[in-house]
Design a protein around this ligand. Structure first.
Ligand SMILES: [Zn+2]
Length: 321
């Protein structure tokens, strides 16, 4: 049995997002889409196909606390007795999304973005984008929130699914794997297009997690799983996860090589490298481009191929010879 895929509009660059419905033995929804009437209507209509309503939902399971995956969770708790489940690392985000978002925005604004050598006009553009994002979700009441760990399976559709921790796109990301039916709910871990390794604020006193190297580790672990069907967070379900992983890894290594060549050719700041590597993008700086280049640099640093130097408050990259 396939989980029922609901395709929901986001209005974001990513396009649509998927939620998955398991109508029996108790109605469970995995992810919700952004906070929107349209999305709510799609979920209600899918439930109606099974003679159910929103009020019948028992559990909402969130793969990771990004607005396009958790936006309607709070509203569902108001209109049902459903509990919302998330991996323990994601709990603070569901409890207080605006507060967590504000902390991340401050980290970007006061620290991270200042190191990139961005032209001044991009800052309001980026901050507007961040302000817009926070409006696409709501916090979930504490008494309706349940956290899960990595050792206890989750029951979906009457069978147990293993929780697989897959940081990279988000440090709080979990996927769900059903070993007998070889089904894999891949969230934003495995998509037909490589997900963006989003820079997150490090935990107090710790170094920033290098998101792309961490993502490659997660990819290697998912590659080991025997999977027939992948149900991604965006796009159509697919088969052949190992071929896709090989292709994405090759592409990442190719782009990393291009990044190194640009440094060698005299592009030393992140902004200068983005301008070369993403010439095909519109001139507004896209997060995708920024975060991918940070990821390639993290890989090159980890390999010892380049070194980072701070000059006038901006990170510069040079070949290690
Ligand atoms: Zn997503």
């Amino acid at each position: 049995m396939h989980p029922i895929r609901l395709e929901l509009e986001t209005g974001l660059d990513v396009g649509t997002v998927n939620a998955y419905l398991f109508p029996t033995p108790e109605p469970v929804l995995v992810d919700t889409g952004i906070k929107s009437e349209q999305g709510y209507g799609v979920i209600a209509a899918a439930l109606a196909d099974h003679h159910l309503t929103i009020a019948d939902l028992r559990r909402v399971i969130i793969t990771h606390p990004h607005v396009d995956h958790c936006g309607l969770a709070a509203r569902i708790t108001r209109e049902s007795e459903a509990t919302v489940w998330i991996y323990e690392r994601g709990q603070p985000w569901l409890l207080d999304f605006p507060g967590m978002w504000q902390q991340r925005t401050r980290y970007y604004q006061e620290y991270f973005l200042t190191k990139l050598g961005l032209p001044a006009w991009t800052e309001p553009f980026i901050l507007n984008y961040l302000t817009m994002m926070v409006q696409l979700t709501e916090s979930v009441p504490a008494d309706r929130l349940i956290t899960f760990d990595l050792d206890s399976p989750l029951s979906l559709g009457g069978v147990d699914w293993q929780v697989i921790y897959t940081p990279g796109h988000a440090s709080m990301m979990t996927c769900f794997y059903q070993p007998e039916t070889r089904q894999f709910l891949s969230a934003d871990m495995l998509l037909s297009k490589t997900p963006t390794p989003i820079v997150e604020q490090p935990e107090a006193g710790q170094a920033r997690l290098p998101a792309l190297p961490v993502y490659l580790d997660s990819l290697a672990r998912v590659e080991q799983l025997d999977i027939d069907w992948v149900y991604p967070g965006h796009g159509e379900p697919f088969t052949g996860h190992r071929a896709l992983i090989a292709q994405q890894r090759a592409r990442i290594f190719q782009r990393k090589g291009e990044c190194l060549a640009h440094i060698q050719a005299g592009r030393h700041t992140i902004t200068a490298i983005v301008d070369e590597m993403y010439r095909h993008y519109p001139p507004q700086l896209r997060f995708t481009a920024l975060w991918m280049v940070v990821g390639y640099l993290d890989l090159l640093k980890a390999e010892g191929a380049i070194k980072e130097e701070e000059i006038n408050g901006v990170w510069h990259y040079y070949l290690n010879q």
